[in-house]
Design a protein around this ligand. Sequence first.
Ligand SMILES: [Zn+2]
Length: 392
Amino acid sequence: MIIARSSDAIAPADAPTILVYAHYDVQPPDPVELWTNPPFEPTISDGAVYARGAADDKGLLLATVHAAEAFVRTIGKLPLNILFFFEGDEETGSPDLEGFISRFADDLRADFALVVDLGFFAPDVPSVIIGLRGLIYLEMRLDGPAHDLHSGEHGGAVVNPINALARIIAQMHDEQGRVTLPGFYDDVAEPSEQELADWQRLPFSEEEYAKRVGVEPVGGEKDRTVLERIWSRPTLDCNGIIGGYYGPGAKTVLPAWANAKISMRLVPNQLPEKVIEAFDRFVASHCPDGVKASINVISQSRPLLISPDSAAVDVVRRSLQEAFSARPVLTRAGGSVPVAEMIQRILKIEPVVTGFMLPDNNIHAPDEHFQLEQYYKGTVATAAMFQNFSQL
Ligand SMILES: [Zn+2]
């Protein structure tokens, strides 16, 4: 974690302060063999820099620093006080972030907050993100026999933990794609009519989306559009199952245990603790005799929703337009950037979330890259934000 506040020598004492968040940690580069160039040796090719973190989020972080530097180098001072808040644990779920922000709330005090960790809705379509989903990540483990058993000698007599685990997971959705945990949708807030109408006008095609992901987007709730299902509806997904034998060839084993990794994306106004309780209750009531279930919550973060009408949103929108000469849109994102909600809840600052990544930047994947033009214009946009925020 890095906190750096601009010195009085370069910022007017009576000017407001903007907190600027970005993160400098990155996802692992694996599988390394799929990279065209080594992931930690930045390579420029076709107008983009290729490296792990080039887009998410080192490139964006650097743009915010260079925007500040540009003021100092040209006119010798900043238009407002800047408080850089750079995190090194974002990709591992920010386990210490909430405690850190609470403990250093005084050092983090600011008038505005800018979270720079996302990107454009589409090429040439800059975006201000007003909603993010929260996240619960947990492991569900079922323990059966004391050790692996011969599936011929014992098959039929004891409950197979993998079979039982698969059955519990399968029962967590109904035929309509809805999550069946009792109470799961109780606190879900529907987007406003205006917001839904805005989404209809976005340059989004289900066909292109299908092409990009390589499959028809027919998951989730049947009566909702793709953008609704990604942005404003909660989900429950099994991310992986381990247990038993998974080497080559056959091994007739009745496994002693099975473990599933489960993620749930939450939307306003769901609370992680309430959803975890609902999950616990569901598992307790659906776990068959003969196996014992245990749940280990790895991380949890709340969803975010900010007002689309705030002056801060307007500043970011205008600044993006100035730098990119393109009309920005207001969107949500299906992912989670926990810091934004913590800034809102703990520091009581309404954050604005934006960024300059493009949808094809391969973030978290091999050949991650960031277009230099996005980087340069992103720097100009951030400078414009500093200037425009200083006049609020
Ligand atoms: Zn990121």
